[in-house]
Design a binder for this molecule. Structure first.
Ligand SMILES: *Cc1c(COP(=O)(O)O)cnc(C)c1O
Length: 395
């Protein structure tokens, strides 16, 4: 048995998304900007995909900008809001300590351009207190950006509450909803967000395609200059196969979403119960306010990389932290932000899945993890010292 439990890194494409993509590649090869009928056929597909994506998140189709993915959407959202603020004498940006690097690194870049950045700390459960966001807002604040759901520990942030605060204070609000869209209901109008990022490959669509939602009140700054595609805000011939495939995958994902959530949450509960039986283990992030398909644990005395490699050899594809940071030996900034000490932040396991995960697969995940943790502890000098009481357990 081989179980893929790394959906937060990327998902397998759905058959419908693949079919939509190949159909466009074979049949609808025109350039949507061309005036002839081959081009206009492509333009029709482009418009329909824009409408479908807009409908899925409660937006107007004129507020949808296709990008090369979540990272580009995040970059453009932050740069646009910052530059728009600057025109009005505002140079302050607010975010949290647990954002994706597409946000954190863009904020670093803006800091070098003279913007001031406040990163609000999250609580121990991995959720930011909206009051702390409110307290951080000054008359210089141009933007608040808070992720919808964390990509490592799955915690869901109080976006609606923060949206309300931002509206009252007349500050622009962006959310990186890459982990949320297609997995939990997302409606831009209900949430009160001005900007939102999403990415197709996190909901069974293709890689390299995403969306920036921008309400009409936010003038966008181009990241890519060139032709007049995307209402002049994102140049380059549209990736029509990717766009139509993404719209197909999104429609599929939001269909019956409540049923899928229930089913996925049941699997989550089973995995959490199973892994909690391992001694000196701890669940990272709030037990309930998290993505239906996210489980993240720390095991004391374990090194994350060895855990992943051995799990892979037993037929479980999982992750430690995010795909972007594994390969570096630094512990996850998210686990450090929720107060996990360095020595255990290294031993984390992220399992991310959806409603297709079967009960047999859940059992396989739990059994394999128990065996691997036990084996790694049996050969660990640190675990030996912990057991003999020479150093103290932290969890
Ligand atoms: C995956 C991810 C991104 C990056 O999206 P890409 O399409 O891979 O560029 C950004 N933010 C979060 C929260 C993510 O999980």
């Amino acid at each position: 048995m081989y179980v893929y439990a790394d959906c937060a890194a990327t998902t397998e494409m759905s058959n419908k998304a693949i079919d939509a993509m190949t159909n466009i590649m074979k049949e609808i090869y025109g350039n949507p900007s061309s005036l002839h009928s081959v081009g206009q056929k492509a333009a029709e597909y482009l418009l329909q995909a824009r409408i479908d994506v807009a409908d899925a998140i409660g937006a107007d189709f004129k507020e949808i900008y296709f990008t090369s993915g979540g990272s580009e959407a995040d970059n453009q959202a932050l740069v646009s809001a910052a530059y728009f603020g600057k025109l009005k004498g505002k140079n302050h940006l607010i975010s949290t300590t647990i954002e994706h690097h597409a946000i954190l690194h863009t904020l670093e870049k803006l800091k070098k351009e003279g913007f001031e950045v406040t990163l609000v700390e999250v609580e121990e459960n991995g959720i930011v207190d909206p009051k702390k966001i409110e307290e951080a807002i000054t008359e210089k604040t141009a933007l608040v950006t808070v992720m919808f759901a964390n990509n490592e520990i799955g915690t869901i942030q109080p976006i609606k509450e923060i949206g309300k605060i931002c509206k009252e204070k007349q500050v622009l609000f962006h959310t990186d909803a890459v982990q949320a869209v297609g997995h939990v209901p997302v409606n831009v109008k209900e949430l009160g967000v001005d900007l939102l990022s999403l990415s197709a490959h996190k909901f069974h669509g293709p890689k390299g395609i995403g969306v920036l939602y921008a309400s009409k009140k936010v003038p966008l700054t181009n990241i890519i200059e060139g032709g007049a595609q995307e209402r002049g805000k994102r140049a380059g011939t549209e990736n029509l196969a990717g766009i139509v495939s993404m719209a197909t995958a999104l429609k599929e994902s939001v269909n019956n979403i409540e049923d899928k959530i229930k089913k996925t949450e049941e699997r989550r509960k089973q995995i959490i119960e199973g892994l909690s039986q391992i001694s000196h283990s701890i669940l990272n992030g709030d037990a309930n306010k998290r993505l239906p398909g996210n489980v993240n644990f720390c095991f004391e005395g374990i090194e994350g990389e060895s855990l992943l490699l051995l799990l892979d050899s037993k037929g479980v594809a999982a992750s430690s932290g995010s795909a972007c940071t594994s390969g570096s030996l630094d512990p996850s900034h998210v686990l450090l932000a929720i107060g996990r000490p360095h020595e255990i932040a290294h031993g984390s396991l992220r399992l991310s899945f959806d409603e297709t995960l079967t009960e047999e697969e859940v059992k396989h995940i739990i059994q394999s993890t128990k065996e691997v943790v036990e084996y790694l502890r049996s050969i660990s000098p640190v675990w030996d010292e912990l057991e003999r009481g020479e150093i103290n357990h932290v969890i």
